[in-house]
Design a protein around this ligand. Structure first.
Ligand SMILES: Cc1cc2nc3c(=O)[nH]c(=O)nc-3n(C[C@H](O)[C@H](O)[C@H](O)COP(=O)(O)OP(=O)(O)OC[C@H]3O[C@@H](n4cnc5c(N)ncnc54)[C@H](O)[C@@H]3O)c2cc1C
Ligand SMILES: *[C@@H]1O[C@H](CO)[C@@H](O)[C@H](O)[C@H]1NC(C)=O
Ligand SMILES: *[C@@H]1O[C@H](CO)[C@@H](O)[C@H](O)[C@H]1NC(C)=O
Length: 496
């Protein structure tokens, strides 16, 4: 036993890193040969431009080279070199995952930013989107046509990561998540083959890519997204003092079960932020409506109940989709992390207890760390949205289309120092556990769905989806990557 163990340790500590370094060096040289002018090495301006990420946990990494393919066939060439050299790699679209996943220290990053085409179909029902696009570019392209797609709510986010993991949108009440509105994918498989996946061709791959994430299945080089007619979008935000918190939470909680289901063009989000100087948890409520009221002194009927809650401050506007994408910018810099769970909607007392407990947690764990910001982000998923999860043969989120309304509860933290990384993961994990326990005690816990795009890498994203979806995703990964190339070499993010 012992000799084997020490051999394994030796291999892990001594042999593997140097082997990986040799493999990566060979990969970068090989890539520069097959894709001349598209490979970038450290200490150059293009390398530094590609090495730009939203969270410092990714931004601080230094890959051996970036390769920026211009087409699916370039991606295919790159993947073949990586497969043959066995080098570790990853893929970057918008670079907005908080933890290492679209960047890598020893390895190659395939940066898709040059594959950024946008083409509207002749009948204008589908827009073909290159995987290196951000949502602002998509929205600006569609604006003159009076069209929009189900996409992100912040303009700088990548089309790829958001759509592959799910994609919560202002328009999700009517159309479901972004993944439910992809008509076809073009995908480069592990062996370099370029295939399409839609409801009739490679339906298993099509289903896996809708909410199952990218890194297990292939590199998507085109998303065909369904369009719909869309003019301005209306929003209003309001800030409420701790004394109003419980009332605000109750009204918000009621909306998720009684309101949103009857008006599928409405979408609200709530933040809770512990503010000791103000005496507790302040509540911020954002609401959007896809049809602005004719008179901006009024609000869409669905949001009327929120008007009765006294507010410290509030504002509203009717904006184009590209302008709306710029309202809530979350700047790059600092270390970031989020930890996700969800409870059943319709239990206001449980949500009040969860938010009160978060305040106690923040006071206990962060009082001496004034530079750390930790908030709860609360997003209802009404039944109107969940029903859309069954569209086109169903997605891979693992949430049955008949599931009652849910509320996502996300713990979002930003901090400054790498030395605090494990502390933040520890306390956030504790808080998620407490949140789920409060929900269980109140009989308001279903499967605790964890949204991949809001999850930390320590969370069991696939585990919560149940054995059927896991088995399906594993089989699809094996079918399209029989030699485990992606499984072994594509670093970071979630592996089924
Ligand atoms: C400020 C902010 C606002 C946000 N708003 C929303 C929102 O409104 N709704 C919502 O649902 N989520 C939202 N998110 C979460 C967002 O969906 C995730 O952070 C998402 O993963 C970001 O995608 P990306 O392309 O920018 O990330 P990246 O880090 O570039 O990619 C994410 C993962 O996908 C892989 N990948 C990238 N491109 C491909 C590809 N073409 N094929 C296969 N795999 C690929 C990468 O290797 C990586 O593992 C927001 C995040 C931030 C930071
Ligand atoms: C929207 O904002 C305007 C001022 O910018 C204000 O007059 C109006 O009352 C606001 N409407 C609502 C519903 O808050
Ligand atoms: C590539 O992989 C796919 C999926 O496993 C397979 O169907 C296809 O035949 C492979 N192509 C080549 C050229 O090996």
């Amino acid at each position: 036993m012992l000799p084997n163990l020490s051999l394994t340790l030796l291999a892990g500590v001594l042999i593997t890193p140097s082997l990986a370094n040799i493999q990566v060096a060979a990969a970068c040289v090989g890539l520069a040969l097959v894709l001349p002018g598209k490979v970038f090495f450290p200490n150059t301006t293009p390398y530094n431009e590609h090495n730009s990420y939203w969270s410092a946990r990714q931004d601080e990494l230094t890959p051996n080279c970036f390769v920026a393919p211009h087409s699916a066939s370039d991606v295919s060439k790159a993947l073949k070199v990586l497969r043959d050299t066995k080098a570790p790699f990853t893929v970057k679209s918008g670079g907005h995952v908080p933890f290492p996943s679209s960047n890598v220290d020893t390895g190659v990053v395939i940066d898709l930013s040059e594959i950024n085409g946008l083409t509207l179909s002749a009948d204008k029902t589908v827009v073909s989107v290159g995987p290196g696009n951000r949502w602002t570019a998509v929205a600006e392209y569609l604006l003159p046509e009076g069209l929009a797609v189900v996409g992100g709510r912040v303009g700088d986010i990548g089309v790829s990561g958001l759509t592959l993991g799910g994609g919560i949108s202002w328009f999700s009440g009517r159309y479901g998540w972004a993944c439910d509105n992809v008509r076809e994918y073009e995908v480069v498989l592990a062996n370099g083959s370029i295939v399409v996946a839609n409801v009739g061709t490679n339906p298993d791959l099509y289903k896996a890519l809708r909410g199952g994430g990218g890194p297990n299945f292939g590199i998507v080089t085109r998303f065909d997204l369904e369009t719909f007619e869309q003019g301005n979008i209306w929003y209003k935000e309001s800030l409420h003092a701790p004394t109003e918190a419980n009332e605000a939470i109750e009204v918000f909680s009621d909306l998720a079960v009684d309101g949103l289901n009857d008006d599928d063009l409405a979408h609200p989000v709530m933040f809770a932020a512990y503010q000791p100087a103000l005496g507790g948890n302040v509540i911020q409520i954002f609401r959007w409506h896809a049809t602005p009221p004719a008179d901006l002194n009024t609000v869409p009927a669905v949001f009327e109940p929120l008007e009765a809650i006294p507010a410290i401050s509030e504002k509203n506007a009717s904006l184009t989709v590209p302008d709306m994408l710029n309202v809530y910018v979350d700047a790059a810099g600092l270390r970031k992390g989020w930890w996700d769970t969800s409870i059943r909607a319709g239990n206001a007392a449980a949500l009040q207890d969860i938010i009160a407990n978060y305040g106690v947690w923040a006071a206990a764990n962060l009082a001496d760390k004034p530079d750390v910001v930790a908030v709860l982000l609360i997003i209802p998923i009404p039944t109107s949205t969940i029903a859309q999860f069954g569209k086109n043969g169903g997605n891979s989120l693992g949430v049955d289309p008949n599931t009652p309304a849910q509320i996502k509860i996300n713990t979002y933290i930003t901090w400054g120092s790498a030395s605090q990384d494990s502390y933040m993961n520890d306390i956030a994990t504790q808080l998620v556990g407490q949140t789920e326990q409060i929900a269980k005690d109140a009989n308001a816990f279903d499967d605790g769905f964890i949204y991949m795009n809001y999850a930390e890498r320590t969370q069991d994203v696939y585990g919560r989806r149940g054995p059927d979806i896991i088995a399906e995703l594993k089989a699809t990964a094996k079918k399209f990557d029989p030699k485990d190339v992606l499984k072994n070499q594509w670093k970071g993010y979630f592996k089924v």
